[in-house]
Design a protein around this ligand. Structure first.
Ligand SMILES: Nc1ncnc2c1ncn2[C@@H]1O[C@H](COP(=O)(O)OP(=O)(O)OP(=O)(O)O)[C@@H](O)[C@H]1O
Length: 692
């Protein structure tokens, strides 16, 4: 059954009253809560903790045992593993709590007495108790019952669980015997003097009782499921060494080395408690193997055991930080859930029967909900996967189409840009031609000019044609001086770049028509023209120019629109891409889940198969045993029958024997009387006469 570890804290009495008067804070205990207060009584926010029990400095070991530990001890007698340990900084009262004083024995003594007292009260079971006592000193395990057993190793086996190999175990019959053994062990324990404690435990000690019991009349009951089982439980009573600040303990040399080992193993214990307190989901790996202490206490921490922890606190203000640390440890420990169950070892027949029941149960579970649920989940996942695949394909198609139309639009934009460039150059060419024309005076020049093949601009093949036109025009520098203001609008370099196919800056291009209007108004051109045709042509040219400018503006507007549309579409494409990514992730996740479910399903199938196999093996075994039993019964019956027959025969024989005896007796009587009669008739001694 899952249950939380039981956690209590205990405040030891202050070492010296005088220290307290100068304190600025003190710990207050109210019911099952402990909080830090300022000297005048105001509670300090955030430093208040509740536990299963909070014992103040007036509390006795008797009370601590009664409220916190007794249940664990009693449960151990009933077959549950149990652990009780004391945790706290050095000199906070751990050893006092576990070992006690002559006037107020500690938890270990009380537990030992209680175990034997309880056993006495159980009449239907017989008990076997073994005890051992070890210490972990500088991360080495030593036997406190046998000093020669040092540096012992931890092992693990199916039958014994985690155990210390080579540790002496004494079989004990009463509490006094155990107390004597404990006293002998205490002598071997490592204690040392530090600034904080004149007799400081330099090692963690674990006193262990293994309690075995068996129902007394198990044979007669015939119920194999429980009375035939042997219960084995392990009870650990642990006195930890205290965490210490080297600065405070003033430790050096050996003490310093011990302190480092102590702190390290307590840190591992803290880590284990921390991980366990995170709850099953976030637990991941629990570092039990990082220290000997946690390895030995593995079952007690989050395993098959009932556990109670007492955290001892030093009340002095100078220890307030350590006390807060201990309280934090205690509140984490409070969140740990153990799952204790009676430990039973079964005889073969009981084991067979129980296994069969378990197999049946498993089979029911397997055939029932679990596999159905799994199959349904797999089906659902398959559907989801198909759905995602379809959605992905659809999205991919949409994306492809979008890409295509995006390309087309880009092409259109490029075309438009080109057209705009052409128009712009045309406009400026036209301007320049106009200005040149207006300055021309000789008919030869006029003819030359008119002889040029001036056409409506061909937008599509603009690039090269335009470059050619520019190069033609550049042959007339003398007749076409650039206005001063031109360089402010579009310099030669810019033109050059544009004509070479550089990306155009539209802002620059837009300034070109404005220059034409400002610099070359039409009235400046006409008065100088004497030829009518030429005038007409000029008019045409002007019209064409106007049209071209209009066209160019229109194109620019369209171009702008296209760019905006393009921007929007790009946004849509990136949204689609994101959606596609999300879908892909979902697909991956469901694929993974699907895979793991399939694996789980496969495992379950294998498990089911092996279970079925073991069921059939068990059935075979059972049939074999039943057959054997029947045969034996048959043999027994025939033996009984034979015995009955023999008895009857003996009876008959006895009757016949008796009647024979009777007839013999009568013959003998007759013979005797005849002899006597003969003797009377014949005085010759009979034996003589008979000799003849
Ligand atoms: N509840 C208590 N009532 C009276 N005296 C106490 C109590 N707790 C502790 N003490 C006394 O305080 C001193 C230190 O206690 P103890 O040796 O038990 O501390 P510890 O936590 O085991 O220290 P360490 O970790 O150094 O071994 C001892 O003299 C002990 O008798």
């Amino acid at each position: 059954m899952a249950e939380k570890i039981c956690v209590a804290v205990r405040l030891r009495p202050p070492v010296s009253q005088s220290q307290d008067t100068s304190s600025a804070t003190f710990w207050r205990v109210e019911d099952n809560r402990i909080s830090l207060h300022k000297l005048h009584g105001t509670p300090i926010p955030g430093i208040s903790y509740a536990f299963d029990y909070v014992f103040d400095e007036t509390c006795s070991n008797a009370k601590v045992y009664e409220l916190l530990t007794k249940d664990v001890i009693h449960a151990a007698v009933d077959g549950f593993n149990g652990t009780a340990f004391a945790y706290g900084q050095t000199s906070s009262g751990k050893t006092f709590t576990m070992n006690g004083s002559p006037n107020d024995p500690g938890i270990i003594h009380r537990a030992v007495n209680d175990v034997f007292r309880k056993i006495q009260m159980i009449s239907d079971r017989e008990f076997l108790i073994r005890v051992s006592y070890m210490e972990i000193y500088n991360e080495e395990i030593n036997d406190l019952f046998a000093v020669e057993n040092q540096k012992l190793q931890i092992h693990e086996s199916l039958e014994r669980g985690i155990f210390v190999a080579g540790l002496r175990e004494e079989i004990v019959n009463n509490a006094e015997q155990v107390i004597k053994l404990l006293e002998s062990g205490e002598v071997n324990r490592h204690f040392g003097e530090t600034n904080m404690n004149a007799r400081s435990s330099r090692s963690h000690t674990i006193f262990r009782m293994v309690i075995e019991s068996k129902g007394i009349d198990s044979r007669s009951s015939g119920d194999y499921s429980s009375s035939d089982a042997i219960r084995v439980s392990v009870l650990n009573l642990v006195d930890l060494a205290g965490s210490e600040r080297i600065a405070k303990t003033g430790a050096g040399g050996v003490r310093l080395k011990e302190g480092k080992y102590i702190n390290k193993s307590l840190m591992v214990l803290g880590n284990v408690i921390n991980k366990l307190s995170n709850g099953a989901k976030q637990r991941a790996h629990i570092p039990y193997r990082d220290s000997k202490l946690t390895r030995i206490l593995q079952t007690a921490l989050g395993g098959n055991a009932k556990t109670s922890i007492i955290c001892t606190l030093a009340p002095e203000e100078v220890h307030v930080e350590e006390t807060k640390g201990t309280l934090l440890f205690a509140s984490r420990a409070k969140r740990i859930t153990n799952c204790a169950q009676v430990n039973e070892i079964l005889t073969d027949a009981a084991l067979l029967k129980r296994q069969q029941l378990e197999i049946e149960e498993l089979r029911r579970k397997l055939q029932g909900s679990r596999s159905e649920v799994l199959e349904q989940e797999i089906l659902k996942l398959r559907n989801d996967m198909l759905k995602y695949e379809l959605e992905r394909e659809k999205l991919e198609m949409e994306l492809e189409e979008e890409r295509k139309s995006h390309k087309e639009r880009e092409q259109r934009i490029r075309d438009q840009q080109l057209k705009i460039e052409n128009l712009s150059s045309l406009v400026s060419d036209g301007d320049r031609s106009s200005s040149q024309d207006s300055m021309k005076e000789s008919p030869k020049d006029e003819c030359n000019y008119r002889g040029e093949d001036f056409k409506t601009p061909c937008f599509k093949a603009a690039g090269n044609a335009f470059v050619a036109k520019r190069s033609n025009n550049s042959q007339l520098p003398d007749f076409s001086p650039l206005p001063d203001s031109f360089s402010n609008v579009a310099d030669e370099d810019t033109w050059f770049k544009m004509n070479k196919g550089y990306i155009a800056d539209l802002d620059l291009l837009q300034t070109t028509p404005a220059r034409k209007v400002q610099s070359f108004p039409p009235q400046d051109i006409t008065p100088d023209c004497s030829n009518d045709n030429y005038k007409e042509e000029l008019q045409n040219l002007k019209r064409q120019l106007e049209l071209a400018i209009k066209g160019k503006n229109e194109l620019e507007r369209k171009h702008e629109e296209e760019i905006q549309l393009n921007g929007r579409l790009m946004g849509e494409i990136s949204e689609l891409k994101q959606e596609l990514d999300v879908n892909n992730n979902l697909l991956e996740a469901s694929k993974e889940r699907y895979g793991s479910l399939e694996r789980e399903f496969q495992l379950l199938k294998e498990e089911r198969d092996s279970l079925q196999k073991s069921v059939s093996e068990s059935s075979q075994k059972l049939t074999f045993v039943t057959d054997q039993k029947e045969n034996i019964l048959k043999d027994l019956n025939s033996e009984v029958q034979r015995r009955k027959d023999l008895e009857a025969e003996i009876k008959q024989f006895s009757v016949a024997f008796a009647s024979r005896q009777r007839s013999l007796a009568s013959i003998h009587g007759e013979f005797k009387s005849k002899m006597e009669k003969l003797r009377a008739e014949n005085p010759v001694p009979l034996h003589k006469s008979l000799q003849y």
